[in-house]
Design a protein around this ligand. Structure first.
Ligand SMILES: [Zn+2]
Length: 332
């Protein structure tokens, strides 16, 4: 079990300071204890990242199901996974994320029809995303985040009050990214991501920070008192995300809003009005680069904007604090 207590990693200077006294008091055993205690923290963290990688692969497998079934209005639970070729049920041992596809050499065990490489790819990307975010937001204690408030513990700066906060922020960001990723996969198939896909994320995105404002790394306006600030965060995010989503819908000229519009609205709710504006800029830059690339390679069709929205959201969350520093230095 991983404890939820504040356990700051001691700085090297502190370990060095502690060494002579401990050495004197407990001899070689005291010195070993300090080494072991510190390496134990690392072993914990490596295990946690590996664990999140595995969870990510399983969630990726679920996202494959969501992306396939949701636009067809099929149930996400029933029937269980089956081969589209021979309709036979996939055995549990052939359904292990990433690994099974390689063991089966990309073919169905029963009829031998090809299984798209997209399935293990989606699982691997989700697993990688989970591991990467765990390293940034847990191992490095939210070094990527601007930090709503900064807590100091024995002179060590923490971006969340304790481990429970860190887990909360990590899961909060992963929920948004998984939803945006599912929308991207659906739209790569040239289908429109339905609004139903965004309902769980929008619900959590609006309600959770009302109870736990630390989930949002940036307040809508820093000078507001606590409770007003919680409402202002939601209102600001909804307004900015909604407006950008509406513009995206109008530019796209589609019948109903798709993954881009609902995605921008969700990003506004989860990350705040400042971040969603930056996100839209990064997304536009990526879309423009993709279009230029496709123009060079004739016949290539650029991926839909929802894909670039997902890529931009992942980039923004991973480099959020850097981006914040950059804007501050530009403004001043
Ligand atoms: Zn088959």
């Amino acid at each position: 079990m991983v404890s939820f207590s504040v356990k700051p990693r001691p700085s090297v200077a502190k370990i060095n300071q502690a060494r002579p006294a401990d050495h004197a008091a407990h001899g070689a055993r005291g010195f070993m204890r300090i080494i072991l205690e510190n390496s134990a923290i690392h072993a914990d963290e490596v295990l946690l990242v590996a664990w999140f990688f595995v969870i990510g692969a399983v969630i990726g497998s679920f996202l494959n199901v969501v992306a396939y079934r949701l636009p067809k209005r099929m149930s996400l639970i029933e029937p269980s996974s089956h081969c589209p070729g021979c309709k036979k049920r996939i055995r549990w041992r052939d359904n292990v994320p990433i690994i099974s596809w390689f063991l089966l050499k990309g073919r169905c065990r029963d009829c031998g029809s090809a299984i798209s490489v997209r399935y293990p790819l989606v699982e691997a990307i989700t697993a990688g995303m989970f591991a990467l975010l765990t390293v940034a937001e847990f191992t490095f204690r939210g070094i990527n985040l601007p930090g709503r408030e900064i807590y100091k513990n024995d002179g060590i700066i923490l971006f969340a009050q304790n481990s429970l906060h860190q887990y909360g922020i990590l899961l909060y960001h992963l929920l948004l990214l998984c939803t945006l990723f599912a929308a991207a996969i659906i739209e790569i198939d040239r289908q429109r991501a339905p609004w139903r896909l965004f309902v769980p994320a929008l619900f959590v995105g609006i309600v959770a920070p009302l109870v736990w404002p630390h989930l949002r790394s940036m307040p809508a306006w820093a000078l507001l008192p606590d409770f007003v600030s919680r409402i202002a965060d939601v209102a600001g995010g909804l307004a900015a995300g909604g407006l950008l989503g509406y513009i995206g819908w109008r530019i796209g000229k589609t019948e109903s809003p798709g993954g881009l519009s609902w995605g921008l609205l969700s990003a506004g709710v989860f990350l705040g009005w400042q971040a969603v504006c930056a996100l839209a800029l990064i997304m536009m830059l990526l879309t423009w680069m993709a279009m230029a690339f496709c123009k060079l390679k004739k016949n290539a069709k650029p991926w839909p904007a929802a894909v670039w929205l997902y890529a931009a959201a992942l980039m923004l969350i991973l480099a959020w604090s850097l981006l914040g520093d950059l804007t501050t230095s530009l403004v001043q």
